[in-house]
Ligand binder design. Structure first.
Ligand code: GDP
Ligand code: IMO
Ligand code: MG
Length: 430
């Protein structure tokens, strides 16, 4: 069998977690392939709401195996908190969760470094989630990191201390106030104590060679869905660098993050919001710094799942979406949060950028407002509330036209429209 991929086409928070959970019954395995606890994937059903950071969003289905691949980075403390939260709600996460031995570990000192480096950037800060993502991937690439499988070795704590001491020495080069260094409200040493306790707990999770495991399962006819984190416009290579995350968030990340050959990839599901949001710094051509943007934020409840920060909001950027579709080889589109657009008088979508006195349909090297401005097309809005709609035939005509406009522009079908955060508020076209 082959692997399907589901990933975000914008700046993250498109609603990936919700849709993975909806599609889970169709798959034997759900696997995360990159990123770490900078992700916050929200799943709502039966009046309950869960936010997952490390654990794949297939965990609510007892029949599904969930795998954290080698491309993911793991903070044992955050992972253990997630497991405890799920267990409190009666979900035995440990029964169907496996982790690659090759997944790298986020140490408390990686989080410390993330904090001091971000403070040091001053106004140029990235707006990182401060989960230690940049420093951990830096160690991976520098070949100095520690991996999940290392925790089984007799010399683990020796290696841990060596790496920690290096990080602490490096941190001393930066200037900061101690108050800027709290990790989840705790001092470094208090956090480290909890991290070390959690490390003992996560030894219970089955460790595997995920590349062998997944390929064997595929040979045996099992189906796999790879769950992306962040979004294409935050990709380390193709995003608005340096305001990006530190991993490849695009489809190619599935190959290196799970050990799957490119010819094993079948469908690529591209998830996007009916508008755009971004959290943290960096260019955002269609951003609305006015009351319309504030209305979108309030109606869409656009506050970060991981950090609680207010998300910046703006109109749908089709020029950027076309770029994402190209990079990922998207075969089907899923449009999320269509309900949020129900109360606007007029809708705009960006189809081109003004760049160097021309209208262009590509993303130039720098998409800051200094260089590009959006060219909009006005589309008709709908006023009907659609959160209760359960059949596509009952959707307003203007929303169907909005959908068709996007499909024609991108030449890809939209096969799901989401009209609310709950699992049940999902409309399918086939
Ligand atoms: P992810 O990181 O891509 O999984 O997305 P997040 O969970 O960070 O953010 C998406 C937010 O939108 C969450 O609060 C979801 O519960 C919510 N959500 C998802 N789909 C819809 C939808 O169709 N309508 C509305 N109103 N909310 C949605
Ligand atoms: P999910 O999977 C939205 C953003 C941060 C910051 C930049 C770098 O929930 O869609 P990092 O912590 O990686 O150093 O932050 O990337 N960012 C996200 N924004 N959703 C996410 O994940 C994100 N993960 C990172 O806000 O701007
Ligand atoms: Mg999120």
């Amino acid at each position: 069998m082959s692997v399907d991929v589901l990933l975000g086409l914008q700046w993250g928070d498109e609603g990936k977690g919700k849709i993975v959970d909806v599609l889970t019954p169709k798959y034997d395995i759900i696997a995360r392939f990159q990123g770490g606890p900078n992700a916050g994937h929200t799943i709502e059903f039966e009046g309950k709401k869960f936010i997952l950071h490390t654990i794949p969003s297939g965990i609510f289905n007892k029949k599904t195996q969930n795998i954290v691949g080698n491309g993911v980075i793991i903070d044992p403390y955050i992972l253990f908190q997630e497991i405890k939260t799920l267990e409190k709600e009666g979900i035995e996460a440990l029964n169907n969760l496996m982790i690659s031995q090759k997944a790298h570990l986020i140490l408390p000192s990686h989080r410390l470094l993330d904090a001091v480096q971000e403070v040091n950037k001053g106004k140029a800060k990235i707006g990182s989630t401060l989960k230690g993502i940049g420093p951990t991937y830096t160690d991976k690439i520098s070949r100095t990191g520690l991996r999940m499988g290392d925790i089984n070795g007799n010399d683990f704590f020796k290696r841990y201390n060596l790496l920690k001491e290096n990080h602490l020495r490096l941190a001393e080069f930066y200037q900061f106030n101690d108050s800027e260094l709290l990790i989840d409200g705790l001092s470094f040493f208090n956090y480290e104590e909890k991290w070390l306790e959690a490390l003992e707990q996560i030894r219970k999770i089955k460790q595997i060679n995920s590349e062998y495991y997944i390929n064997e399962q595929l040979k045996a006819g099992k189906t796999v869905l790879a769950e992306g984190a962040q979004g294409t416009l935050l990709d380390i290579d193709f995003g608005s660098y340096p305001f990006v995350t530190s991993s490849n968030t695009v489809t190619s990340g599935v190959c290196s993050g799970l050990g799957i050959a490119p010819n094993k990839i079948n469908n690529v599901f591209g998830v996007f919001k009916a508008y755009c949001t971004r959290v943290g710094s960096g260019p955002f051509p269609t951003e609305l710094n006015d009351s319309v943007g504030v209305k979108m934020r309030n109606l869409g409840n656009e506050f970060g799942s991981t950090t609680g920060r207010a998300r910046r909001c703006g109109w749908l950027d089709l020029n950027a979406l076309k770029y994402s579709v190209m990079l990922n080889g998207v075969s089907e589109l899923f449009m999320m949060k269509a309900d949020v657009l129900s109360s606007f008088n007029e809708l705009k979508v960006c189809t081109k950028y003004n760049f160097e006195n021309k209208e262009v349909e590509y993303l130039p090297f720098d998409i800051s407002e200094e260089f590009v401005s959006p060219v909009y097309k006005n589309l008709k809005a709908w006023s009907d509330q659609i959160t209760e709609v359960s059949k596509v035939d009952d959707l307003p005509d203007e929303l169907i036209s909005y959908k068709k406009f996007i499909e024609t522009y991108l030449n890809i079908p939209i096969s799901i429209i989401s009209v609310g955060p709950d699992r049940s508020q999902t409309l399918f076209w086939k």
